[in-house]
Design a protein around this ligand. Structure first.
Ligand code: GLA
Length: 399
């Protein structure tokens, strides 16, 4: 075992064991495979991926563990501790369709994609063990998709090119889960790298690793504990607005427009469409500026960009909510003098999480203060944790 493989195994030992124990409890047999895929958090570049724009996410260690064993037939049975209601049971092979329970569509969609790519995936039993919350805006769905693809490839004895794997997972989300998402989540999960953020140009799909210096600053994830659903229409409506904006501006994708172009065209655009376009075009500028600030260690500057991103998502894109705004306001009230450089909602919105860039030495104080303020504002107990950029998927056990 190489050093890095040994470290990976050590880091994942506990959750991998839990997944294997859950598997044994469900099936009475030992798992033959354990795979892992991380969650993700986005530093900046929100609601820009499906318009060909820029995003700056990273993979995070909390993720999805799948313990599994192939079956002799083509039946798939999956139990999930994250969605405890019911196990999912269906057949692979032949035409696969979305079905119940709804979370199983991430698994079904990926297996359908693998089949379409020519892989012969056998039936299997699997247990999902999650160390990140479902529906919390940390891409539990992309993690489950990528873990399923990793497992399915192993069982079928094929290895897809990672970009193809990510796109196949995105397609599963579109066709089976009903969320017309961009490429950010699946790319962040597949291409995550320890110590690095991932700048993705979502038009060319070119990826650039940007080192995250770890000493002076820390990243806090603040989960509002308000769940979001991205397949209930709000997300698709934003995507449609962006398509309409691009059409009215005469560009192929909104990425091809600038804030100045949007301002000039203001009279041509219905007010809502104007605001959507203003968010996307200014967010692209902010995301590239954030990369420069990160490289220069300009934390105040980076924090201001994060704050501006939140304001734009709230006022122009209308995807924030009272709870996310409460976190952002509490963080802003602390400010750089009391350890917070910046804070914004992260992910699709309508609930979920905020991410805050804080002084590492004051992270514990900031966390305590945000917890108190959020509780006072909403009556909800948040979950707050410090995080760092983590590696992508891993195979933790195979015969
Ligand atoms: C969700 C989608 C992503 C992206 C974000 C918003 O996480 O899955 O593709 O659009 O929302 O930035």
């Amino acid at each position: 075992m190489s050093d890095s493989t040994a470290t990976t195994a050590a880091r994942h030992a506990r959750p991998s064991n839990v997944a294997q124990e859950l598997f044994r409890a469900r099936t009475g047999a030992a798992a033959s495979h354990v795979v892992y895929a991380p969650g993700r958090v986005n530093l900046i570049g929100e609601h820009t991926d499906y318009t060909g724009g820029f995003v700056l996410p990273m993979a995070i260690e909390p993720g999805i563990y799948l313990a599994a064993r192939a079956r002799a037939d083509r039946r798939v049975r999956v139990w999930s501790a994250l969605w405890p209601e019911e196990p999912a049971e269906f057949e692979v092979g032949g035409a696969m369709r979305p079905g119940e329970p709804s979370w199983s569509n991430y698994v079904r969609g990926v297996l359908a994609g693998l089949q379409a790519a020519g892989a012969r995936v056998p039936g299997f039993d699997a247990v999902v063990h999650a160390t990140l919350p479902g529906g919390g805006g940390l891409s539990s769905s992309a993690a489950l998709e990528v873990a399923t693809a990793t497992l399915g490839e192993l069982l079928a004895g094929i290895a897809l090119d990672p970009e193809r794997r990510a796109l196949l997972c995105q397609k599963a989300e579109h066709d089976f889960a009903g969320t017309p998402c961009g490429i950010m989540d699946q790319f962040a999960v597949v291409f995550g790298k320890r110590g690095h953020l991932l700048l993705i140009d979502c038009q060319s799909r070119v990826r650039t690793l940007v080192p995250m210096p770890g000493d002076d600053v820390a990243l806090l994830v603040i989960n509002t504990m308000v769940r979001h659903e991205l397949n209930d229409g709000g997300y698709k409506a934003r995507r449609d607005d962006c398509l309409e904006a691009a059409r009215l501006l005469g560009v192929r994708e909104l990425r091809d427009a600038t804030p100045a172009r949007v301002d000039e065209a203001r009279a041509l655009l219905p007010e809502r469409i104007f605001r959507r376009a203003r968010h996307v075009t200014t967010e692209n500028v902010r995301t590239l500026a954030a990369v420069d600030a990160l490289r220069a260690g300009e934390w105040t500057q980076l924090g201001e960009l994060m704050g501006a991103s939140h304001d734009s998502l709230r006022a122009d894109f209308n995807v924030s909510c009272a709870e996310l705004d409460a976190v952002a306001a509490a963080a802003r009230a602390l400010g750089p003098e009391r350890g917070v450089f910046g804070c914004r909602m992260t992910g699709g919105g309508f609930g979920g999480c905020c991410i805050a860039l804080v002084q590492a030495a004051r992270a514990a104080e900031v966390e305590a203060s945000l917890r108190t303020s959020y509780r006072a504002a909403t009556g909800i107990e948040p979950v707050i944790f410090a995080t760092q950029p983590a590696d992508g998927p891993a195979v933790l056990l195979q015969p």
